[in-house]
Design a protein around this ligand. Structure first.
Ligand code: UDP
Length: 239
């Protein structure tokens, strides 16, 4: 379903670190830029679901290294992702008048709906942006895995994996200047070459279920709309 007609339903995965603009907390400039680009995607008639990471607040594994219990750290980190979701919701609604729903994997009724898959699909059909918070709701998982799982469950056609680089390279372009940027690559080739697109759990979910992943550069203005329209940017991982 790629090409001129673009995608009908996409799942956008945003890393928490970008949301924080490199520090702890939320950077309104970054959130504003992302909201503006998402407004473009919605205007193009694409159904958009979003999963946001939480690295700008906490990571369970890091808290564990500092002596905390891993699962508790993971729960703290999942709550952190929800703050990012609320920030994005605010910018989408206030600056662009776009209807949004935050749906969380951990119930917090005052600020978000619980994640109910069929309700999420209804929201999307009505043109609302659905923002999934609190990851999968389970410690030891990642928001990449939440992105893969949600994409599969709501029938998204692709996971748009926003990064701070242009796509998937044959080697680290910072240390290997001759590194080649792939336009297309298969899931299997990613594994065989030991390349990193997402964490292993998330990636194997996508591979096993033929979920496409488009890795693209979020730092280029307009790239979210390009990615959602099926334009040839970044690296498309498919079967
Ligand atoms: N997390 C979790 N289960 C999930 C999703 C996230 O326990 O299903 C926790 C985990 O501690 C993770 C943190 O939330 O490190 C933030 O998520 P992630 O590292 O995926 O965020 P990103 O790197 O995308 O900002």
């Amino acid at each position: 379903q790629t090409g001129e007609s673009g995608y009908r339903r996409v799942l956008l995965k945003l890393g928490g670190e970008m949301f924080g603009g490199g520090s702890v907390g939320v950077d309104p400039d970054v959130v504003g830029t992302i909201a503006r680009q998402l407004a473009e995607v919605v205007a193009n008639g694409v159904e958009v679901a979003v999963v946001i990471g939480g690295g700008n607040f906490f990571r369970g594994a890091e808290l564990q290294q500092r002596g905390m219990e891993r699962a508790r750290g993971d729960y703290m980190a999942m709550l952190g992702t929800t703050m990012n979701c609320l920030a994005l919701q605010d910018f989408l609604e206030r600056e662009h008048g776009i209807d949004t729903r935050v749906m969380t994997a951990i119930s917090m009724g005052q600020v978000a709906e619980p994640y109910i898959p069929r309700r999420a699909s209804r929201h999307l059909e009505k043109g609302r942006v659905v923002i999934f918070g609190a990851g999968t709701g389970m410690p030891y998982f990642s928001t990449d895995t939440a992105a893969a799982q949600r994409a599969l469950e709501i029938g998204a056609e692709v996971v748009l994996m926003a990064k701070a680089v242009d796509g998937v390279y044959s080697a680290d372009p910072r240390t290997t200047p001759s590194a080649e940027l792939f336009e297309n690559i298969t899931h299997r080739e990613v594994l065989e070459r030991g390349l990193k697109v997402a964490d292993a759990t998330a990636f194997s979910l996508c591979m096993d279920n033929h979920m496409r992943i488009l890795v693209f550069n979020l730092l280029v203005e307009g790239n979210i709309a390009r990615a959602a329209s099926g334009a040839k940017i970044g690296t498309l991982v498919s079967t």
